[in-house]
Design a binder for this molecule. Structure first.
Ligand SMILES: *Cc1c(COP(=O)(O)O)cnc(C)c1O
Length: 218
């Protein structure tokens, strides 16, 4: 069951503030996605590749699919023809494969670099040095079929608001580093159900919301 009221409230807020709302539909049925689609939602996010591929085939073609999970190099070719934005890029190897597959499909793929900002060891992403290195190597190589649009990150799973806020500020501080690869306004994908309000206060322009809209997951 989707929470229509919460969705409409959030959707209005995002429109007013020029924020892209990505509805995270992982584990949820295509019927729920369709219900939201009927309300005008077009940006949807999925974590699991196989699930994304199956849903994409069944749903309207004008949905903008965001891949927000950890993408394995050998799976890139399965989504490249239709994916709108890949959020979790954290290696040059992956960028190269995305470029190679995009060239074959004759398209330019938009990507976000994923940064590690949380305290937890387990979360994926680049640290400051790795970001600098990847940008430098990207500048020096020819990857015509990639467009780096900005950064993505997940904050720590904690009730400590100050900690979360600090982590979002830290992500925002890397914007300037990216100005060589993208002089335009950058996409900052940060904020989920539990922390999107803080993320917006700290400059997020893309939030990824699952449970608030679709209900909790098992
Ligand atoms: C699941 C997930 C979300 C959405 O989480 P909610 O807490 O349900 O809003 C956002 N981003 C990523 C990377 C996720 O894996």
């Amino acid at each position: 069951m989707i929470n229509i009221e919460a969705y409409q409230f959030l959707s209005e807020e995002c429109k007013t503030k020029n924020i892209t709302l990505v509805a995270v539909s992982k584990t949820k049925p295509v019927e729920d996605i369709m219900a939201l689609y009927e309300l005008g939602q077009r940006d949807f996010g999925e974590n699991y590749l196989q699930e994304l591929v199956e849903k994409q085939q069944q749903l309207p073609q004008d949905i903008r699919w965001h891949f927000i999970g950890h993408l394995q190099t050998n799976k890139v070719k399965q989504i490249i023809s239709f994916v709108h934005l890949i959020h979790g890029v954290d290696s040059l190897k992956l960028l190269k494969e995305i470029n190679r597959q995009s060239e074959k499909s004759d398209k330019i793929t938009s990507c976000l670099l994923q940064m590690h900002i949380a305290q937890e060891e387990t979360k994926f992403g680049l640290n400051e040095d790795e970001l600098s290195e990847i940008i430098q190597q990207f500048d020096n190589s020819v990857m015509k079929n990639i467009s780096i649009m900005g950064l993505m990150a997940m904050a720590s799973f904690t009730d400590n608001e100050n900690q979360i806020r600090k982590e979002f500020q830290y992500l925002k501080s890397f914007e300037t580093k990216l100005s060589t690869v993208n002089p335009q306004l950058l996409t900052l994908s940060m904020g989920m159900t539990s922390d999107y309000k803080i993320a917006i206060e700290e400059g997020s322009n893309m939030i990824r919301i699952g449970s608030l809209i679709f209900g909790s997951r098992n």
